[in-house]
Design a protein around this ligand. Structure first.
Ligand code: FES
Length: 159
């Protein structure tokens, strides 16, 4: 009887190891380990900077032409990055890219109208960056975005 329990324990342990090794997909790019999500970077040819604004030429960034599309901007000037999401007809939302828990990149969840941390913690944020669910304790930083003549202008001061 005691032997059976030991075997069951070992079996369960083996199952845990399998789950854990599946979870160690940092080797395959798991965001929890890499801190990098699946959102594509904005095409360089679509992006220009003018003073305190980033300008995205939407004719050169097809991902943002579709409602539900999202890109990230991450460069030397903004190493923490920002997330740009096309949330509705002529509606775009821009928030800081790094989850306020441990800095893993957030993703745009169009189906549920929110941003979700791509780590296992899965903190959730509203479209204006408000905290919906932790473990994060602080909101994402929102940025003001306006569109005119096919150009999306993002003010890098908090919106
Ligand atoms: S880093 Fe986002 S929930 Fe932990």
């Amino acid at each position: 009887m005691k032997e059976m329990k030991r075997r069951e324990f070992l079996k369960a342990g083996a199952a845990t190891v399998v789950v854990a090794s599946t979870c160690l997909c940092g080797l395959n790019g798991c965001a929890t380990f890499t801190k990098v999500g699946d959102t594509v970077a904005v095409r360089p040819e679509a992006l220009t900077r003018k003073d305190d604004e980033y300008l995205i030429d939407l004719s050169k960034e097809p991902v943002l032409n579709q409602v539900g599309g999202a890109v990230k901007i991450k460069n030397e000037a903004i190493p923490q990055g920002i997330m740009v999401a096309h949330t509705g007809e002529n509606a775009y939302q821009v928030v800081s890219l790094a989850c306020t828990h441990r800095g893993v990149e957030v993703e745009y969840d169009h189906k549920n109208c929110r941003f979700v941390c791509s780590s296992l913690g899965s903190s959730k944020f509203s479209l204006d960056g408000g905290l919906l669910r932790g473990p994060a304790k602080k909101p994402l930083k929102p940025f003001q975005a306006t569109i005119q003549n096919g150009i999306l202008s993002i003010k890098m001061t908090s919106g």
